[in-house]
Design a binder for this molecule. Structure first.
Ligand code: GLN
Length: 474
């Protein structure tokens, strides 16, 4: 029974529960024991038992949730020591939506501190290991969510993406990750990193699971002023062909240095598959993409420096030296934040300071506007932009920690869409040197149904399911 449960996609598990072949108690107990025996350090907290009352279309299939989301009465530490032991008085809307749809909380997953990172090595709770090779990183910052799904410790997981944190770990772990249109999913109760970029979305075994999960995640929320109603319902994709679809490849970006030959080969093979399915593949230019990374690493730290000012030892978590107020602020923040978070606060504060604001923050915002405009121009003539998700496969633990710039390059292909607020998915496209490679498919705002549909057709034709392949290898 346990192998059978393990082999079911979430969509299949929902169906099995609906027709009585599987009970919600059985599936919860199965994943509860899988997550409890976690050897990847993917979880920071695991539920003891399922809540008694879980009703809804997701049938009781449990969900792993990134620790960036507040969960009432349950530790929500965002990978940071400064939030050690913090138990929020309320639950994030994204999590509440999933619970209301019948997906109980299985556990909270490890992450880079405040979602800053691309390897999960910036967690105060230790690095997460990649299930494909435990000497390598799972990607980040939603590394725990990606590793939990890839390693079969959870049927599916909730992550967040500010500059690539759903897509890049999905790519490095061989699972599917969807970054939504900005505003489609409520940010209420999601601990803020860079508010104008933060988004929440699914990490799943396959594209159909992503669609089902996303259907219940979206929605306007009066508690988040930037949230919007999704204009249509999210459909489970069925497309087998890509006839009439145009895929645009930003050639200059994809041909740049740093893309591994194996990643390149897998990407070319995916383009060939797309052509066989009837798609037209063209090349496009996004000249400002070369500056997107630099703009992101001004805007995101600027917003972070402001958002993180609330962690002062007064209201949440850690508190040091109460002898006087200044000492308490200083000592709490000195001890509570890790190095990468401190680096971002310093950069962000500098970029926002008087005399430098226009030179850095103002300029970065102008780049952001140009990136969005250039993407919109491409979408006027093509359905999707496609790239590899990450320039490399999973790298070794410790390989990039000494060089922040090399770490930042992990997000070369994901950041333009974050700046534009447009949706993108990463699906597994195969293996290079025995490790998963991801394909990124990007569309205009609110094109999630079309993205999921194209991703499904490609997934079926490529015939590679990362978590199934990993399960078979085990
Ligand atoms: N790796 C990027 C960063 O460190 C993106 C992180 C994210 O999307 N949360 O900021």
């Amino acid at each position: 029974m346990s192998d059978e449960i393990q082999s079911l996609s979430a969509v299949a598990a929902v169906a099995a529960i609906a027709d009585g072949g599987l009970s919600r108690e059985e599936i919860f107990a199965h994943y509860r024991s899988r997550a409890g025996a976690d050897e990847l350090n993917a979880f920071t907290w695991v539920a003891e038992q399922a809540p008694a009352q879980i009703e809804g279309p997701l049938g009781g299939v449990p969900v792993a949730v990134k620790d960036l989301f507040c969960t009432e009465g349950i530790p929500s530490q965002a990978g940071s020591k400064i939030l050690a032991g913090y138990r929020p008085p309320y639950t994030a809307t994204a999590v509440a939506n999933l619970e209301a749809a019948g997906a109980p909380l299985l556990g909270k997953t490890n992450q880079d501190e405040f979602a800053m990172g691309s390897s999960n090595e910036n967690s105060a709770y230790g690095p997460v290991l990649n299930p494909w090779d435990k000497t390598r990183v799972p990607g980040g910052s939603s590394g725990g969510s990606a590793a939990a799904v890839a390693g079969g410790l959870a049927p599916w997981a909730l992550g967040t993406d500010t500059g690539g944190s759903i897509r890049q770990p999905a790519s490095l772990c061989g699972v599917v990750g969807l970054k939504p249109t900005y505003g489609a999913v409520s940010r209420y109760g999601m601990i803020a990193f860079a508010s104008s970029l933060d988004s929440a979305g699914p990490l799943t075994r396959d594209v159909s699971d992503a669609a089902l999960f996303y259907r219940h995640l979206v929605g306007k929320d009066s508690a988040d002023a930037t949230s919007v109603a999704f204009p249509e319902s999210i459909e489970i994709p069925t497309a087998e062909r890509l006839d009439g679809i145009t895929l645009a490849v930003p050639t200059a970006l994809v041909d740049g240095d740093g893309v591994e030959p194996g990643v390149r080969a897998s990407f070319e093979a995916s383009l060939e598959t797309a052509r066989q399915l009837g798609a037209t593949v063209t090349s496009c230019e996004i000249p400002s993409a070369a500056h997107a990374l630099s703009a992101y690493y001004v805007i995101a730290p600027a917003e972070a420096s402001s958002n993180l000012s609330r962690f002062d030892g007064v209201r949440y978590g850690l508190r040091r030296d109460e002898s006087n107020l200044d000492a308490m602020y200083t000592e709490t923040r000195h001890d509570g934040f890790g190095d990468e978070v401190k680096r971002r606060i310093l950069i962000g504060t500098y970029a926002l300071s008087s005399g430098y604001y226009d030179a850095y923050y103002g300029r970065a915002q102008r780049v952001r506007t140009v990136v969005a405009k250039e993407l919109a121009e491409v979408f006027a003539g093509a359905d999707f932009i496609v790239t590899p998700t990450s320039p490399t496969v999973a790298f070794g633990l410790g390989a990039r920690t000494a060089d922040p710039l090399s770490m930042y390059l992990s997000d070369l292909f994901t950041i333009p869409m974050s700046l534009a607020g447009t949706p993108a998915i990463s699906i597994p496209s195969g293996l290079s040197e025995g490790l998963p490679v991801g394909l990124q498919i990007c569309g205009p705002a609110f094109s999630e149904n079309r993205i999921l549909s194209a991703a499904y057709a490609l997934e079926q034709a490529i015939g590679f399911n990362g978590s199934a392949a990993w399960g078979a290898k085990r």
